[in-house]
Write a protein that binds this ligand. Structure first.
Ligand SMILES: Cc1ncc(C[n+]2csc(CCOP(=O)(O)OP(=O)(O)O)c2C)c(N)n1
Length: 672
């Protein structure tokens, strides 16, 4: 509601206090109206009321400038209205209406409006904190001076993501304010039952961060701590953790009657309800007359009523697939299986010999050179190590430690920062040391990077890239090939090169793509040599390469397994069988055109990958071939892939788990 310059005076004038009251009154009135509409059945959605928590968001928004940014949570109505959104926009989105802020795709957990600095709302407890760091990092690197506030509840302070984020923010002195609304309940668990400390602000000490607990009903005290935090952040002195003490005067969500809450305590807290208390205080201290506050309340009520009436009168658009798919990717017509012939690879002016590692390294170097918005984050990526496998070697020396940063071992914080920097318009590249650590980073990748464009109706998007290594011969926790997890997530693009040239070409495409991309590296090929095109060489996603032409059977593979596929083709040739070998190169989008063209020619297909066969990429490809070419197939499609077990350490067992070229040869012969 208060959209203005930053206000970091430690004291509040009467006019300031009346403004803050106006915001608090708006929040409370809006909330009461929403509850009324829910009870009447006029609307329906999972509503998380903020009753009792209105004052801190009102003061925070008063203190922050319009350009300062915010990340909030499902219980975000107060933050959103205070920062300037209308109830029409927010409630419309909450009920999934096409006139809602994001077109109804995200709901109350997808609220964003970058023009007002509302960058993200999340329904994943605690996960906004690492994203706020990324926004703060972008502010720091781009020198915009923006301060980022992230709201979360007391329960969220138990989550690793918040701790990782506090650690990283303090280490890098990020301009972030961690605002913990301690409403003394984490769902139905009271604070005392899950906390070992009396004040959550003490957690800040562990991260060498300023931490303060403040009365969440006292605007004067709140202004003093917020103003100090904003000054600290904007002066480069780093983050602050603020614990705003309140009491949740309602259930966890709308229909929760709070049977677990002590009735007497609740009644006592309701007697201290901060919104009427603020009203009484302003009158008692002479900051406002009764008439002035009545007038504010009446204006606010009129706005709330008008917004709700307008929303209920607005027809909802008919649902269409076009509307559903509009903001999954930048291209509204994106489909995971492309059916059109991809353009041929660009012809490079010159090539040189190098390894796949060199290809990745050159791609990063060119991207860093071309675009100051490109940064790289990851464990040990700065020199002298230059990454555990050397993929980033030399880059921090050339482009600076501020752009090529080694991070703490904190995957949630790393990829939260990558997501946040992406939301801020940078092109961050995060190196996940090994693909096996994907589950640790998955929340940021799956719940935020992949979904934020969709949930916000295209208002924000995340042009980030993850590079990650698939190990070799190192057992169940260091050799997994879990690309199917990623392929199964709409919003992501996935590539898995098998040559140095493709490593360079696909990574450059990924970095400059406006959707989140994952480029997989494999240990078995990382040091293999080949041609690397010079300069800014890009290969479009969705473009498979025919590595070897043939007429009897199509072998379809990608990444590390290309070695087996090509070896199998040699063995088959020795037996007089002509195999065509297709290297998919990207898995999302998948080049359906090349696959179907090849199998239409040969009438036979073997799909091979090291990843688990069950529900692996080959299942989807097999389904595509069967449904499109059923009548033309000369034999059932064969699949050669990892057994339904974890990856074994023993080399001998590994040969059982995935039987390589020999199994591909057998499968191909099965089709003849
Ligand atoms: C990672 C994750 N775990 C669990 C949940 C389910 N959940 C939603 S709200 C909530 C309580 C969070 O309490 P707190 O952080 O204190 O915030 P409050 O709801 O009180 O504002 C839980 C457990 C979730 N959304 N995300």
């Amino acid at each position: 509601m208060i959209a203005h310059q930053r206000n970091t005076d430690k004291t509040l004038s009467s006019a300031n206090l009346r403004d803050i009251y106006r915001t608090a009154s708006l929040i409370r009135t809006a909330e009461n109206k929403i509850l009324k509409l829910l009870r009447s059945g006029a609307i329906s959605f999972p509503f998380y009321p903020v009753t009792g928590q209105e004052i801190a968001p009102a003061v925070l928004a008063h203190c922050l400038g319009k350009d300062d940014q915010m990340v909030t949570i499902y219980r975000g109505l107060a933050d959103q209205l205070a920062k300037g959104l209308s109830l029409f926009e927010v409630l419309g989105e909450c009920i999934g209406h096409s006139a809602g802020l994001c077109g109804g795709t995200g709901g109350g957990m997808g609220i964003a409006k970058p023009e007002l600095g509302i960058m993200m709302t999340t329904g994943i407890v605690g996960s906004g904190a690492p994203v706020a760091n990324g926004l703060g990092l972008a502010s720091q690197l781009q020198g915009t001076g923006k301060v980022v506030a992230v709201s979360f509840g007391d329960g969220a302070t138990s989550i690793g993501a918040v701790h990782e984020a506090m650690h990283m923010a303090s280490l890098w002195k990020l301009p972030v304010i961690f605002v913990c609304h301690n409403n003394q309940w984490a769902e139905s668990t009271p604070f005392a039952e899950y906390s070992t400390i009396d004040r959550l602000s003490r957690r800040a000490e562990a991260y060498s961060m300023a931490g303060v607990t403040v009365d969440g009903a006292d605007p004067v005290a709140l202004q003093a701590v917020f103003a100090e935090a904003v000054e600290r952040a904007s002066s480069g002195a780093g983050p602050t953790f603020i614990e705003s003490m309140t009491y949740r005067l309602c259930g966890h969500y709308y229909a929760d009657q709070g049977p677990y809450m002590d009735k007497e305590r609740l009644a006592q807290e309701r007697d201290k309800d901060p919104v009427p208390a603020l009203r009484a205080r302003l009158i008692a201290e002479g900051h406002a007359s009764i008439d002035q506050l009545d007038s504010i309340d009446a204006q606010v009520a009129a706005i709330v009523d008008a917004d709700c009436a307008r929303l209920l009168d607005t027809p909802d658009d008919a649902p269409t697939r076009k509307a559903l798919r509009r903001h999954v990717y930048e291209d509204p017509d994106f489909v995971p299986v492309s059916r059109h012939a991809a353009p041929a690879d660009p012809v490079p002016a010159a090539v040189r010999k190098g390894t796949m590692r060199d290809g990745f390294n050159e791609a990063l170097s060119i991207a860093l050179e071309r675009d100051p918005g490109v940064i790289a984050l990851g464990e040990d990526i700065a020199d002298p190590a230059g990454g555990v496998t050397g993929v980033t070697r030399g880059l921090s020396t050339q482009y600076g430690l501020h752009r090529v940063r080694s991070t703490p071992i904190a995957e949630q914080a790393i990829f939260g920062a990558v997501v946040g920097a992406g939301l801020a318009g940078m092109r961050p590249v995060g190196e996940l040391l090994m693909m096996d650590f994907l589950p640790v980073a998955m929340d940021q990748l799956i719940s935020h990077a992949a979904k934020v464009r969709f949930m916000t109706g295209g208002q924000v998007h995340c042009p980030m890239t993850m590079i990650t290594l698939i190990g070799q011969g190192n057992g169940a926790q260091h050799s997994q090939s879990t690309e199917a997890w990623l392929m199964h997530t709409p919003g992501l693009k996935v590539a898995y090169p098998s040559t140095p040239a493709d490593a360079k070409g696909l990574l450059l495409t990924a970095i400059f793509d406006n959707d989140p991309c994952i480029v997989l590296e494999c240990m078995s090929l990382l040091y293999s040599s080949g041609d690397i095109p010079e300069g800014d060489y890009r290969i479009p996603f969705g473009s498979a390469a025919v590595r070897r032409e043939g007429s009897d059977v199509s072998i379809i593979s990608y990444g590390a397994t290309m070695t087996d596929a090509l070896a199998a083709a040699d063995l088959l040739a020795a037996d007089g069988i002509s195999a065509e070998v297709i290297d998919l190169r990207s898995l999302v989008p998948l080049d359906g055109h090349t696959i179907l063209k090849s199998v239409a020619k040969t009438g036979r297909a073997v799909i091979a990958h090291r990843a688990t066969e069950f529900l692996g990429a080959s299942a989807e490809i097999s389904s595509l071939i069967n449904s499109e070419l059923f009548g033309q197939l000369k034999a059932p499609v064969q699949r050669v892939a990892g057994d339904y077990t974890p990856v074994p350490k023993s080399t001998k067992l590994l040969g059982v788990y995935f039987q390589g070229a020999a199994a591909i040869v057998s499968a191909a012969k099965e089709t003849l």
